[in-house]
Design a protein around this ligand. Structure first.
Ligand SMILES: Cc1cc2nc3c(=O)[nH]c(=O)nc-3n(C[C@H](O)[C@H](O)[C@H](O)COP(=O)(O)OP(=O)(O)OC[C@H]3O[C@@H](n4cnc5c(N)ncnc54)[C@H](O)[C@@H]3O)c2cc1C
Length: 512
């Protein structure tokens, strides 16, 4: 009845490069690998069925990887402290190992309760930061952390006899079907396949892909959900990309190398946003510039504009295509995420918080640190720079010139000629009727005059900017963040064979 070490998995669902698991195994004590389904967590508004399903894929593979090492994943449902109490009573815990979770208020409260419980129970709580904490020399420490050797997966894990109660179902947390037929599959093997395919095939065109909503789904890394759930560590992705970059540079493939530089910059930005949430724990609920408080009305949950936006019925074909595709796939590229958040904030003039919460649930890769920081930036609520208000029609013409995305997701407009597809309200009646389109009936009339609304938004925001010096926090924010990842020079040459020489040493065998 003594000496058991528990590994508490949260958003780090792998046995590779997992420092807490290695520390528990190194203790020589029997190890309990544990995942807890927390009803309070799944009741948070940003959480959804698509994320749950991705999680289940990942847990199944984690369990298989643990079984291959002589252990298994213990799954429990309930309040964390109650689960720990029960396990402590049964097995006698000496220590709990975990990665520190950087989350919203709910997670912070939960972690405080866990620390209190551990102190009272005499159990050693050993949390390790997944990324460099604190601001001092952050960038240097990030580079150093990413370059450190990855932790090898333990070969054997000795565990006490573990019972395996049934795993919970989505309905246990009130999560109904959410109509996401093209959700990315979760799990370590899908993550490794995704990284490998990115570096070996899609990576050379990454820079171009960043700007294309349709092609971008194939050309960008698509690693976000894997990094969010930790089926891959940021360090694994970083090191694989560094190796690819070196090979590309050796072979003189400057465009491919630049693509890898841009990808590495994206990973670093991920780390920076996590560090920012660690410091600004109210990032999801406060304007960085307080003068923005009350600037826009808070949206009511039943506001029809909010509903039209989230369901892709605004009457702006490209924007609607993006929102409908998000609903069915769980993913959008950076550019279109920025556009849709900007639209709801500037054109519909709604406070960013409720829309950000609603759309978060549509992202399989929802990460509170990145999502809320970006939602605030797109709403210009940081008070840092003048707002960049994307014109949804211009974006449509630039990003979807042949209307492929629109025709796929807004089929009711498919027969409109390209010239009118981006702004159907400008189409002459004969073209509309030839295409079978009746605005306001078969497809919505645009919800707002976007040019007038953008001008109005600019004027209102400028007035606030004139009347208030930027908050100190805003200056600080500007100093630390470059905004979005640097774009690499688009490549013109076809990919070279450089990537075939890559050895992505992930130990991904059946037993991994
Ligand atoms: C309003 C808004 C909300 C967003 N919400 C999320 C979110 O919940 N989860 C999420 O992972 N990303 C979010 N992003 C950032 C970005 O859009 C996604 O990371 C990207 O589209 C995911 O696709 P990918 O993995 O192919 O990205 P890639 O371009 O291949 O990038 C590789 C990785 O770098 C990181 N990354 C990329 N862009 C950014 C960025 N701008 N800021 C911080 N990290 C970045 C992600 O981990 C991503 O997986 C958001 C952006 C906006 C504008």
């Amino acid at each position: 009845m003594s000496g058991v070490h528990l590994v508490w998995f949260k958003r780090d669902l792998r046995v590779h490069d997992h420092a807490p698991l290695l520390a528990a195994v190194a203790s020589g004590a029997p190890v309990i690998p544990l995942y807890i389904f927390e009803p309070g967590y799944w009741a948070e508004p940003e959480l959804s069925r698509r994320q749950f399903d991705f999680l289940m894929d990942s847990l199944r593979e984690l369990d298989a990887a643990l079984q291959a090492r002589g252990s298994r994943l213990m799954v429990r449902t309930g309040e964390v402290t109650e689960v720990f109490s029960a396990l402590h009573g049964k097995h006698g815990l000496d220590a709990i190992h975990a990665h520190e979770e950087v989350g919203l208020q709910w997670a912070l409260g939960r972690d405080r309760a866990v620390y209190r419980w551990a102190r009272n129970a005499g159990v050693s709580m050993r949390e390790q930061p997944a990324l460099p904490p604190g601001r001092e020399s952050w960038s240097v420490r990030w580079d150093r952390r990413m370059a450190e050797p990855r932790g090898k997966a333990p070969e054997q894990i000795r565990s006490p006899a573990l019972t395996a109660p049934d795993w919970p179902l989505p309905k246990d947390f009130g999560l109904g079907a959410d109509d996401c037929p093209a959700r990315q599959p979760g799990g370590r093997s899908a993550g490794v396949d995704c990284l490998r395919a990115f570096l070996e095939a899609r990576g050379p065109s990454y820079a171009e892909g960043l700007a294309h909503p349709k092609a971008g789904a194939e050309l960008s890394s698509r690693l976000s959900a894997h990094l969010t759930f930790g089926t891959l560590s940021l360090r694994e992705a970083w090191q694989a990309a560094r190796r690819t970059l070196s090979l590309a540079a050796e072979q003189g493939d400057a465009a491919f190398a630049a693509s890898m530089e841009a990808f590495l910059a994206s990973l670093k930005l991920h780390g920076q946003f996590v560090q920012m949430l660690q410091e600004q724990t109210t990032l999801d609920s406060r304007n960085l510039q307080p003068a923005h408080d009350g600037l826009r009305p808070r949206a009511e949950p039943s506001d029809p504009r909010l509903e039209a936006w989230i369901e892709g019925r605004t009457g702006f074909p490209f924007l609607d295509a993006c929102m409908r595709s998000l609903k069915a796939t769980g993913w959008l590229n950076f550019q279109t995420r920025a556009m849709v958040m900007g639209f709801v904030s500037h054109h519909l003039w709604l406070d960013w918080r409720l829309p950000a919460e609603r759309i978060a649930a549509r992202f399989t890769d929802f990460d509170p640190a990145i999502h809320y920081a970006q939602a605030r930036i797109q709403a210009a609520a940081t008070g840092v720079d003048a707002p960049r208000i994307f014109n949804p029609v211009k974006q449509s013409r630039e990003q979807d010139p042949d209307g492929a995305l629109i025709r796929e997701w807004v089929p009711e407009l498919a027969r409109l000629p390209d010239a009118f597809l981006h702004a159907p309200w400008d189409a002459p009646p004969e073209f509309l009727s030839a295409a079978g389109v009746v605005l306001g009936q078969t497809y919505p009339m645009r919800i707002v005059d976007h040019m007038a609304a953008a001008n109005e938004a600019r004027t209102r925001i400028a007035a606030v900017r004139r009347s208030h010096a930027p908050a100190a926090a805003a200056d600080d924010f500007k100093a630390r963040l470059a905004g979005r990842p640097r774009r690499a020079t688009p490549r013109r040459n076809p990919p070279k064979t450089v990537v075939q020489q890559l050895d992505l040493d992930f130990g991904l065998t059946q037993a991994s």
